[in-house]
Write a protein that binds this ligand. Structure first.
Ligand SMILES: C[S@@+](CC[C@H](N)C(=O)[O-])C[C@H]1O[C@@H](n2cnc3c(N)ncnc32)[C@H](O)[C@@H]1O
Length: 189
């Protein structure tokens, strides 16, 4: 897994034209139900790829910054978005908070299909907590190893359920399954 957290791994993947599961209406509807977006709130989408979730969050009214280690992904994210859409920033989240993102400034910090690849998961969640305004939330979408519906090809990147439980200690958790992916909303208690 350790190589899947670098631009060297992801740039060629995006150059080949790969992309990921579309954000479906059910995902947005569940997110909206739990997160209750308010106009003017701010979101940081980490590992934003070509910007699928970032654009959805923007359309829900969030002021969105998409952060990505891969320049190739960001080229596509920019090309698919309007000038009034999300801002994009190249940054390795394992190096710490993105430059210019102040502590306690975000209502949402999201990791859609990206968290499972990162090294230092506990520290990254702590960092995300530090970026949240009071009442803010972390949104995780990830594959869980024990799910019967998990495609065989996703096993190598899936997280064991016990590991997720451990990482979520100290958070208040709302959680739902959609297809083979788990969706978690973490809030400070
Ligand atoms: C499977 S893709 C998901 C992309 C997007 N979130 C989506 O749902 O379409 C995983 C993304 O995480 C990004 N990523 C991996 N390691 C990263 C890191 N250290 N810092 C920032 N982004 C990273 C990759 O470049 C890749 O775009």
């Amino acid at each position: 897994m350790s190589d899947r957290n670098t631009a060297e791994y992801w740039d060629p993947v995006y150059d080949e034209g790969r992309d990921w599961r579309q954000v479906c209406d059910a995902e947005i509807s569940m997110f909206t139900r739990y997160a209750g977006p308010q106009p003017g709130q701010k979101a940081l989408d980490v590992g934003c790829g070509t910007g699928q979730l970032a654009r959805c969050l923007h359309s829900l009214g969030y002021d969105v910054t998409g952060v990505e280690v891969s320049a190739a992904a960001l080229l596509k994210a920019r090309a698919r978005s309007s000038a009034l859409g999300p801002r994009w920033m190249q940054h390795d989240i394992q190096d710490g908070p993105p430059p210019g993102i102040a502590p306690a400034s975000m209502d949402v910090v999201s990791f859609r299909l990206s968290f499972q690849f990162l090294t230092g998961k506990k520290q990254i969640l702590d960092m995300a907590r530090g970026l949240l305004r009071p009442g803010g939330l972390v949104y995780l979408v990830l594959p869980v190893l024990e799910r019967e519906t998990l495609p065989a090809g996703r096993r190598s990147s899936a997280l064991p359920a016990a590991r997720i439980t451990d990482l979520c200690r100290g958070w208040r958790v709302d959680r739902w399954e959609l297809g083979w992916l788990d969706h978690l909303i973490l809030r400070s208690p």
